[in-house]
Design a protein around this ligand. Structure first.
Ligand code: PLP
Length: 466
């Protein structure tokens, strides 16, 4: 009987895979020797493998370009990075090695744009697509950017007051987009997204507030489906509804020439993950072209704002199993030396599943376990994989430490978890390592941030100087 962990994984999945390989009984991820990382820095740790960011951007740009050529699509493709998925400088520095643009969601994001501009990492040709509900500071920061001559700054109007607010403080003429409020999937708790303006109201809004406003030029229609770009009836139906609005708008508003289909590309959350990105892009381009031909309007330039897809697959977290508690005949709790709630908050808040694998001891026998975090919150656990409804790991041995890795965790976890801030039960944020590929193909690592210290947390709590 095959009872080793390696047998379980290779019989359940196609293994090894492009990014997951074995070195003896230890796991490598993109050729990163994970145990060497643990030996050098200690666990728990988080890491960012920067080259994956560029790799994903280049792949998507190629797929769009191929579809544009195949369908003789007379428009351009513009890849924007959705900064909210990870605002870190190292992420933007890597992403901006490629020909990309930026999507922002709040006032402070514009300060990041200004810093990048000062450093010459973006130019006035870079599109800055400003989404989100715009309060005073965001309005003011956007208008300063436009007043400074950044003509490719495109605020995407989210509610009926924003044009007025922007024109009051902006001296120059500027371009705008309008966000369509999508209809959510039937299983959702609400029908229409709170973000944007309803389908039926887009053309009347244009007629009422934009058509006779000399200062603004409507350039973009923005469409984002909360559940992402999926090959299902709901997505294609929503895209069709959006394209009907686009063609109707184009007939009364010649300046509109761009369609922003938002973010929402899924990322690999299981070793069994399958998603045909190339087919989806091909079909999106095809459908846009067909609808525009039917309606006899020119096709729009395409913008996307991929967040998870850009940065998600660059990140990982490694924990050590500290101890095993057998709470009854069937339930063994492997306690990790950190917290799921604070370090992978989506695993707790929206039951998101990541790829989880043992880092070492692949030749050992396996057992079924539950994973517990260190906070005293009963919700601080992880109990199943995406397609397995359980967790299996090499058997716990007190004398033979077990390390486990969570992969493709690079999007949203730091900002939602409040990186560097207060943590539940004061369990400190782990250290963070950056990994870069050298010209000769070797990898180099660098400590980005230390594990939080007691003083850091006490200072936030007001104990500073007491
Ligand atoms: C307007 C907008 N664009 C892009 C994104 C990025 O989505 P994702 O990370 O799924 O690509 C979001 C995510 O919430 C969004 O609200």
């Amino acid at each position: 009987m095959n009872t080793k962990y390696i047998d379980l994984i290779s019989q359940t999945y196609d293994f090894p895979q492009e990014e997951f390989t074995l070195n003896g009984d230890q796991l490598k991820f993109h050729d990163i020797d994970l145990m060497a990382l643990v030996e050098k820095y200690g666990a728990p740790l988080k890491f960012t493998y920067l080259p994956k960011i560029s790799e994903n951007i280049i792949r998507a740009q190629k797929w769009f370009q191929d579809a544009i050529v195949k369908h003789e699509y007379n428009g351009t493709y513009n890849y924007c990075y959705c900064t909210k998925s990870s605002h870190f400088k190292h992420v933007l520095d890597e992403a901006l090695k490629n020909d990309i643009h930026i999507e922002t969601s709040s006032a402070f994001d514009i300060d990041i744009v200004n810093r990048l501009m000062e450093k010459g990492k973006i130019t006035k040709d870079t599109y800055v697509i400003c989404n989100g509900f715009k309060r005073d500071q965001y309005i003011s920061n956007i208008s300063k950017l436009i007043n400074s001559g950044h003509q490719n700054c495109i605020p995407v109007i989210d509610n009926y007051e924003e044009i007025d607010l922007l024109t009051r403080v902006t001296d120059k003429d500027f371009k705008i987009g309008i966000r369509i409020a999508s209809e959510e999937e039937p299983k959702f708790e609400f029908y229409t997204s709170r973000l944007g303006i309803g389908y039926k109201n887009i053309v009347p809004f244009y007629e009422d507030q934009i058509k006779n406003n000399d200062q603004v030029e409507l350039k973009m229609l923005h469409f984002f489906i909360n559940t992402g770009i999926r090959d299902n009836a709901y997505y294609w139906n929503e895209l069709q509804k959006c394209l009907r609005v686009y063609t109707r708008l184009k007939k009364v508003c010649p300046s509109v020439d761009s369609l922003n289909i938002g973010g929402g590309f899924p990322i690999k959350n299981s070793l069994a993950f399958e998603y045909d990105y190339e087919y989806m892009i091909d079909e999106i381009i095809n459908q846009i072209k067909l609808t525009c031909e039917e309606e006899d309007v020119p096709v729009p330039h395409i913008f996307t704002e991929f967040g998870s897809y850009t940065v998600g697959e660059s990140g990982g977290a490694i924990y050590e199993v500290l101890y095993q508690k057998q709470q009854n005949d069937r339930e063994k709790w492997n306690m990790i030396n950190s917290s799921f709630i604070t370090t992978l908050p989506d695993s707790w808040a929206i039951s998101k599943r990541f790829i989880m694998l043992a880092v070492n001891r692949w030749q050992d026998r396996y057992e079924r376990v539950l994973l517990g975090g260190l906070t005293c919150d009963s919700d601080d656990y992880y109990n199943s994989e995406q397609n397995m409804n359980a967790i299996y790991l090499p058997k716990y041995e007190k004398e033979d430490p077990l390390f486990i890795g969570f992969f493709n965790t690079g999007a949203y976890q730091e900002s939602i978890g409040g990186f560097g801030g207060l943590q539940h039960c004061l369990i400190p944020s782990p250290k963070h390592i950056l990994i870069q590929k050298n010209e000769d193909g070797s990898l180099s690592t660098e400590l980005f941030s230390e594990q939080q210290k007691s003083e850091d947390l006490l200072k936030i709590l007001g104990y500073h100087g007491i």
